[in-house]
Each structure stands twice: as structure tokens, then as C-alpha cells.
Design a protein around this ligand. Structure first.
Ligand SMILES: O=P(O)(O)OC[C@H]1O[C@H](OP(=O)(O)OP(=O)(O)O)[C@H](O)[C@@H]1O
Ligand code: HPA
Length: 178
């Protein structure tokens, strides 16, 4: 699998260090607020796992699965809920955890839904932000790393369901797409 990687954009060490920093910031922000940490399946799983272990606060976790990517690399523009939360978000402090914000469509849809459901506060933490990919305006409250306008894999991010288990963020060799 590692043979398929052309270059590493964010190393395992960099991810781990930044995750500890974000965890400390979020611990201060959410002290005594009993946040509902919402992971967006499947990509957010590795980041959510490490990030919440770096947060020294009482919190709850729940997960949503939405799909917006019609083919492997092109956003379809349409967001569908595949699995909804089990938790009522009304009056809750919500922290959404994402692996990447690209077009912004996925989170924009989810945020509108949480506002409609009367969440008390909604914040976003994303491991990666790809600002050049934006189609709808959206900013995260906490960002791990900015990435260029390239398709990236690893640490949750997939290409046709593979490479999520890489411990770093990388770019695939061109022949993998052939
Ligand atoms: O800002 P956007 O252009 O909406 O892209 C970001 C979303 O796309 C990916 O999810 P995907 O739908 O591929 O599901 P996955 O996490 O299961 O791979 C990623 O995990 C984000 O949720
Ligand atoms: O660059 C990406 N890689 C993997 N999945 C994604 N979903 C949105 N952008 C990306």
C-alpha cells in the first residue's frame, strides 16, 4: 500500500503533534459544557479517535454518515443522510469533527440541519482544509492543516475505500488512477 504513495504532505508526527495542540484548545473551550462530538463517517474516525483522547473533558460522541461523492473523486453536489444521529441535538453544544473540508457542501448541509434542530452552539474542527476546493462558503473554527488543491489520501481519507489506514496524509502516484 505505501508503495502507491508519491509524496507525503503531512507526516504522522505532524498529525500527532497538531492533534495534541487542538485537543488542549478544545479542552479549554468545552470545559463543563458536555459537548456532543459528532464524527462524520467514515473519514473522521482516525482523527476523532486521537483528538478526543487528547481532550480532558467529559463529552459524548455520536456519528452521522452522509454521502456527497458520487464517484471516487467528484462531489455530486447532492448530500444524502445514510445514517442519522441517535442523539437529540436541541440545546446541545455540538463539535463536528471532519477529516477534510473541500467543496464545503457536506458540512454546510449538516450545519443547516443542526441549526434547524435547535443546537445551542455548533463548531467545526477539521484535520484538513482545502480552501481552493470551496464551492459553498464555509470556515472551520479549528483547522489542523491547509492542503493544496490535490486529491489526498490517508488517516481516514480514501480513494475507492482504500488508504484510510495510512498513518499520514499523502498523494497517490498518477498510475493508481489509470
Ligand atoms: O467539503 P466536501 O466537498 O463536501 O468534502 C468533504 C467530505 O467528503 C468526504 O466524505 P465522503 O462523502 O467521501 O465519505 P467518506 O468519509 O466515507 O469517505 C470527507 O470525509 C468529507 O466528509
Ligand atoms: O482530497 C480528498 N481525498 C479524499 N476524499 C476527499 N473528499 C473530499 N476531498 C477529498
Amino acid at each position: 500500500m505505501q508503495n502507491d504513495i508519491e509524496k507525503i504532505l503531512v507526516s504522522e508526527e505532524e498529525i500527532q503533534k497538531r492533534t495534541q495542540e487542538l485537543g488542549a484548545e478544545l479542552s479549554a473551550e468545552y470545559k463543563d459544557k458536555n459537548p456532543l462530538v459528532v464524527g462524520i463517517l467514515k473519514g473522521a474516525i482516525p482523527f476523532l479517535s486521537d483528538l478526543t483522547k487528547a481532550m480532558d473533558v467529559k463529552l459524548e460522541m455520536d456519528f452521522m454518515d452522509v454521502s456527497s461523492y458520487g464517484s471516487a473523486m467528484v462531489s455530486s453536489g447532492e448530500v444524502k443522510i445514510l445514517k442519522d444521529l441517535d442523539t437529540n441535538v436541541e440545546g446541545r453544544n455540538i463539535l463536528i469533527v471532519e477529516d477534510i473540508i473541500d467543496s464545503g457542501r457536506t458540512l454546510s448541509y449538516i450545519i443547516d440541519m443542526f441549526k434547524y434542530r435547535k443546537a445551542k452552539s455548533i463548531k467545526i474542527v477539521t484535520l484538513l482544509d482545502k480552501p481552493e476546493g470551496r464551492v459553498v462558503p464555509l470556515e472551520a473554527d479549528y483547522v489542523g492543516f491547509l492542503v493544496p488543491n490535490e486529491f489526498v489520501v490517508g488517516y481516514g481519507l480514501d480513494f475507492i475505500e482504500h488508504y484510510r489506514n495510512l498513518p499520514y496524509i499523502g498523494v497517490l502516484k498518477p498510475e493508481i488512477y489509470e
